[in-house]
Design a protein around this ligand. Structure first.
Ligand code: PLP
Length: 409
């Protein structure tokens, strides 16, 4: 059998450990701000009305079966997924510069991209380091490490301003060896909720172009962040317009509420060049081989739901409405929380609560304060002070603000 020195006990995933502790807490005051999943004003998961409709349509289709999807997934889904990111009339699509593969949600897309880079990013000498924002979604570290790619970080979050450390970030990108792989969050940065402004994206792109860096966008919150699908894809589209060749990992977990269905896509976008068509075809052929050995073919249900919505004008419009419901409620909670801190005269500045965007807010609370909030007020959040904004609602936002007020005094 395997001795402990060969297979040591691994620590529990901190986020899922937090979820367990929260579940076990029976206090009626309990506030769950841990996991990044949308909750409605009753703190309940929300099945998007448009997803219910799509489900109904699928269930009434007599021709529906459970055959395997092709290796690259459901084409009607991946095509629309690419359009969603790049724009419906994007030259990248008409010029066949995009290779898309359906994946096991966003995680699977990041993994497939990492695997592709590990295997094929050997064109620029030895530098294969992937630069991640500090901090980043914790899973990035292990996904890239798992495929043998070295990782490094670039400064991102500015502790004093609780905004973007743009100067630190640009300096690190300028100092990184040419052709480095740079992982960027397309919008609604996890865990900080801090996104570059349009001007800052320009500056980042300009440094990256000068150093011939290779962008890998992780897009887990399109439409969920601002409520506007085009706006949330703005950074990706800008980089594409600048002529970058790049990778995109796309998740439909949050914006469709399809968390457990694992609907996602990986896209390779070739730079405009005479060999583009050839590159895209060759990349697609290798992605198919990688996919085959990893999962054979992707899961069908979530992709069918998303495809049904993405390919129907009326359902698409309804989805946009659902997106505005979710993003709007989160923005309203940001405003309510900030207003309550103002009213209580809570020490410190809290503008970052309303400046930050998306599912999360980096509150600036210390680990000791986080522990105290849990022990004294039954408030659950990750120890880095990140809160899932979707866990707040009209009933608990005042309670949460008062609990925070108490620990920061
Ligand atoms: N990338 C980021 C930055 C995320 O925040 C998430 C989800 O939390 C994901 C990727 C992938 O999520 P999923 O695999 O559920 O699509």
């Amino acid at each position: 059998s395997f001795p402990p020195e060969a297979v040591p006990q691994a620590p529990e995933d901190p986020l899922f450990g937090l979820m367990r502790a929260c579940k076990a807490d029976t206090s009626p005051d309990k506030v769950d701000l841990g996991i990044g999943a949308y909750r409605d004003d009753n703190a309940k998961p929300w099945v998007l009305p448009v997803v219910k409709k799509a489900d109904e349509i699928l269930r009434n289709d007599p021709d529906l079966n459970h055959e395997y999807l092709p290796i690259a997934g459901l084409a009607s889904f991946t095509r629309k997924a690419a359009e969603l990111l790049l724009g419906t009339s994007a030259p990248t699509i008409s010029e066949k510069r995009v290779a898309s593969v359906q994946t096991i949600s966003g995680t699977g897309a990041v993994h497939l991209g990492a695997l592709f880079l590990a295997r094929f990013y050997k064109i620029h000498g030895a530098n294969r380091t992937v630069y991640l924002s500090n901090p980043t979604w914790a899973n990035h570290n292990q996904i890239f490490t798992n495929v043998g790619l070295p990782i490094a970080t670039y400064p991102y979050f500015h502790k004093e301003t609780r905004g973007l450390d743009i100067e630190g970030m640009k300096r690190a990108l300028a100092d990184a060896p040419e052709h480095s792989i740079i992982l960027l969050h397309a919008c609604a940065h996890n865990p900080t909720g801090v996104d570059p402004t349009t001007d800052q994206w320009r500056e980042i792109a300009s440094v990256m172009a000068a150093k011939k860096h290779f962008p890998f966008f992780d897009c887990a919150y399109q439409g969920f962040a601002s409520g506007d699908l085009d706006r949330d894809a703005g950074a990706i589209r800008f980089f594409v317009e600048q002529g970058f060749e790049l990778l995109i990992a796309q998740s439909f977990a949050k914006n469709f509420g399809l968390y457990g269905e694992r609907a996602g896509c990986f896209h390779f976008v070739a730079a405009p060049s005479p060999e583009t068509a050839g590159t895209t075809t060759r990349v697609a052929s290798q992605l198919a081989i990688l996919q085959r050995s990893e999962i054979s073919n992707p899961p069908i249900y979530g992709a069918r739901i998303a495809s049904t919505v993405l390919n129907d004008k009326a359902l698409f419009a309804e989805w946009q409405e659902n997106l505005r419901t979710m993003s709007g409620r989160i923005i309203a909670m940001r405003q309510a929380l900030k207003a309550k801190f103002d009213e209580l005269g809570t020490p410190g500045t809290w503008n970052h609560i309303t400046d930050q965007i998306g599912m999360f807010s980096f509150t600036g609370l210390s680990e000791a304060q986080v522990v105290k909030l849990r022990d004294e007020s039954h408030v659950y959040m990750t120890k880095n002070g990140r809160i899932s904004m979707a866990g707040l609602n009209t009933r608990n936002v005042d309670y949460f603000a008062r609990a925070v007020d108490k620990v920061v005094r």
